[in-house]
Design a binder for this molecule. Structure first.
Ligand code: AMP
Length: 221
């Protein structure tokens, strides 16, 4: 049976990577509202201007605007079967709107949380460093370079630490996620529609578990 899969995960949990793998390997369309807004903001329309300003502020686009976009996108042919929502719903109002869409489309909702503890997320994000030459990603906690602060292949280059991966910014990003998403997790859990995968493992291992969850749901069968 076709479903609407809501993929939930904190910054650093690897949700985006998994959504892309599912799309590539199983052909399940991945609808990312964040990606859609980023694409939309470059157009020359009044709505694009509004979206541009909201995105720059880090706030959320109004629920109605977001829902209309999701509704339109999921009405296309490629979403006739199961599809994955990434970044939507993000508020309880949006969750209600999705119930309405689920009814209209005749597809039940199944939410999947890529679960990583806050402690680990903090280490993943604050410990992340990248080489400015080859883009190789290191982590001072889990995958340290041979020489501190230097790429193994390009020791002449000092490793970069992203501005939003500093301890202070990471705390804010994780708190924002917690505040917005916790009610959604409770909402899906209470109605028996939440499944969890352990996001602490390697991407390929997480993917295997997701794939088997979807097979149980008759999506990947
Ligand atoms: P993301 O890439 O998912 O972090 O989204 C980037 C930005 O797009 C967010 O900071 C919001 O401004 C906007 N956005 C994405 N999804 C939603 C949503 N479901 N509701 C409202 N705004 C959203």
């Amino acid at each position: 049976m076709s479903k609407i899969i809501v993929l939930i995960g904190a910054p650093g949990a690897g949700k985006g990577t998994q959504a892309r793998l599912l799309q590539e390997r199983l052909g399940v369309p991945q609808i990312s509202t964040g990606d859609m807004f980023r694409e939309m903001k470059d157009a020359d329309t009044p709505l694009a201007k509004e979206v541009r300003e909201i995105l720059a502020s880090g706030k959320l686009v109004p629920d109605e605007v977001t829902f209309e976009m999701v509704k339109e996108r999921t009405a296309r042919d490629d979403c006739k079967g199961t599809y994955i929502l990434d970044g939507f719903p993000r508020t309880p109002v949006q969750a209600e709107m999705l119930e309405q869409l689920s009814e209209e489309q005749g597809k039940p909702i199944s939410a999947i949380l890529v679960d990583v503890s806050f402690d680990d997320l903090e280490k993943r994000l604050t410990g992340r460093r990248s080489c400015p030459v080859c883009g190789e990603i290191y982590n001072i906690h889990f995958k340290a370079p041979k020489q501190e602060g230097r790429c193994d292949l390009h020791p002449e280059a000092e490793l970069l630490h992203r501005a939003d991966d500093t301890s202070e910014k990471v705390t804010v990003r994780l708190e924002t996620y917690e505040e917005n998403t916790k009610p959604l997790l409770e909402y899906y859990e209470k109605s028996g529609r939440l499944q969890k995968v352990d996001g602490k493992r390697l991407p390929e291992e997480i993917y295997k578990e997701l794939e088997s969850l979807l097979a149980v749901n008759n999506v990947a069968a």
